[in-house]
Design a protein around this ligand. Structure first.
Ligand code: GLC
Ligand code: CA
Length: 543
């Protein structure tokens, strides 16, 4: 039966930590590994099964650690390898696994490989990166960096350009070189021996790039490389592996998350996250969310991967706005809508991810440009100012989509710096920490925190949440997100009102008067009606 084949990560919930903004243990204003260790009991209380740590490796921090200069060391701002071992061991005592973030598409330009590579064309490390000969000012092609400007940087000493799909300080690795792949696999096995529980693979869809054809995502060699890596590393352990793949389609996700284990456990796909931007334009070019389309996309992923792959479920991460501000209401209905979004997400099939602070209903921020820190925001601001965009519209885009929304320090209490640090924080806090913080949430039985705790527990208790088939209902409805999860054990109705108005729903009569497993309103309300941002799960047992 499906039961015995179930993997540990199929009914676990994974919590993402952005270390520099989580908890500072030594007063330098930056979150660190000892800080995470101090908060493990908080995470245990929430009920999560694993922590995905955004990168803590040695790094010049040009892109907050996604630019790695040593894969086998910890950046001193976060601690050292002994702290990492301690974190793995302390987490294990609490049945929590540590998932490392692997950035394999590029390194830092301060990585010894790149320093060597720049020394000369016959240096053994030269071929670790992607170079093209050329003339200064005549770029090899039109590839653009995700952080603005061309993806090529000129190195006069060599008379060559190197490829960087992200910042100039993030040169792309050349996966065509078997030595690169070998080094990477060795490094992964080293982390596996340390006892990590898995890996999140940064922009993994880019490693098969065919630079001259300007095909970056989903190159011919992408899946063969992942299969080789999986064979050489992941398959030797009981790991969760999740690839970040902005280009993923249900068809490619079936390869990535093939149940035969030949590639990864699952991928993060972003189709539902890209719907409120102008098609074909940048994420900064906003449009309002086409709600019916949003449901359709999520349902498509549910049905395509059912028994043929595995979904990851998320509405936020360190690159995205806060989900309650993005899809809910971060004013009057903040608590209701945070719980509603959690209900809809955790009701789906797949592995849910909770991004730090989401369990408190943390919100977006609106700062002046001088207070932002993210390289993506700062580069875009500069580029669009030069291109003559109105500053107001640039700021609107940053408020809606800027990555720094997710990166303000975690709000632990209502005291100095929200209890995040005794020193001066590396980044401004969201001023609403006086009301929204973990201390308040832990003292309030109706908090968003306890609602997440319950959802996480339900996933362990009710197998229909792990195994049930997702059957959409009311697909064309403009206000309500609704579906039924069907298994041999039970049918589960999941409902969420995405608006601040009362909304009607039609559900099979079998659910009338049945047990409500969880709901974000204190009383039952009326069958067929949902109050503003109301959500619930109603169960009908079959045996
Ligand atoms: C991924 C990361 C993002 C980073 C980029 C480059 O998208 O999530 O934070 O900037 O890759 O490594
Ligand atoms: Ca610190």
């Amino acid at each position: 039966m499906a039961e015995t084949r179930r993997k540990w990560w199929q009914d676990a919930v994974i919590y993402q930590i952005y270390p520099r903004s989580f908890y500072d243990s030594n007063g330098d204003g930056i979150g660190d590994l000892q800080g995470i260790i101090k908060k493990l009991d908080y995470l245990k209380e929430l009920g999560i099964g694993a922590i995905w740590l955004s990168p803590v490796y040695r790094s010049p921090q040009d892109d907050n650690g996604y630019d790695i200069s040593d894969y086998q060391d910890i950046d001193p701002i976060f601690g050292n390898l002994a702290d990492m071992d301690e974190l793995i061991a302390e987490a294990k005592k609490r049945d929590i696994r540590i998932v490392m973030d692997l950035v394999l598409n590029h390194t830092s330009d301060e990585h010894p490989w790149f320093i060597e590579a720049k020394k000369g064309k016959d240096n053994p490390y030269h071929g670790f990166y992607v170079w093209r000969e050329g003339k200064e000012g005549v770029l090899p092609n039109d590839l653009k960096s995700a952080f603005c400007g061309p993806a090529w940087e000129w190195v006069p000493e060599l008379g060559e350009y190197y490829l960087h799909q992200f910042s100039v300080k993030q040169p792309d690795l050349n996966w065509e070189n078997p030595k690169v792949r070998e080094k990477i696999y060795e490094m992964i096995r080293w982390w596996m021996e340390k006892g990590v529980g898995g890996f999140r693979l940064d922009v993994i869809d880019l490693i098969g790039k065919e630079t001259d054809r300007m095909v970056m995502a989903e190159g011919k060699m992408l899946h063969p490389y992942i299969q080789e890596m999986s064979r050489e590393t992941f398959q030797k352990g009981d790991l969760v592996t999740v690839g970040e793949a902005w280009s993923a389609t249900p068809a490619s996700a079936m390869l990535y998350s093939n149940p035969d284990g030949s590639e990864l456990s699952m991928v993060f796909q972003f189709e539902h996250m890209l719907l409120d931007q102008e098609p074909g334009k940048q994420k900064w070019d906003l449009r309002s969310l086409p709600f019916v389309e949003f449901k359709k996309v999520l349902f498509k992923w549910q049905s395509s991967l059912y028994q043929k792959g595995w979904n990851s479920l998320f509405f936020s991460n360190h690159d995205l706005p806060r989900s309650v501000s993005h899809f809910g209401n971060d004013g009057q209905y903040r608590v209701e809508s945070a719980k509603m979004l959690a209900t809809i997400l955790h009701g789906l099939q797949g592995t849910p991810y909770v991004y730090q602070g989401e369990e408190l209903g943390m919100t977006n921020v609106q700062f002046g440009i001088e207070d932002y820190r993210d390289i993506e925001i700062l580069n875009m601001y500069k580029e669009r100012m030069e291109q003559g965009y109105a500053e107001e519209s640039i700021m609107e885009s940053i408020y809606a989509k800027g990555r720094d929304n997710a990166r303000t320090p975690m709000q632990w209490d209502d005291g100095n710096n929200a209890g995040f640090t005794q020193g001066s924080p590396w980044f401004r806090l969201n001023p609403n920490y006086t009301e929204i913080n973990a201390k308040q949430a832990l003292a309030d039985p109706d908090s968003v925190f306890y609602y997440y705790q319950k959802l996480i527990r339900l996933r362990k208790e009710e197998s229909v949440l792990t195994d049930g088939k997702t059957v959409p209902i009311m697909e064309a409805d403009e206000k309500v997100f609704a579906y039924i999860r069907e298994s041999e054990e039970a049918d589960l109705l999941v409902l969420g009102n995405f608006t601040e108005e009362t909304a009607a729903y039609q559900a099979p009569d079998a659910f009338r008067g049945q047990e409500t497993l969880i709901s974000n309103y204190a009383d039952e309300g009326e069958f067929g009606l949902l109050r503003p941002f109301e959500a619930k799960m109603v169960i009908v047992w079959k045996r």
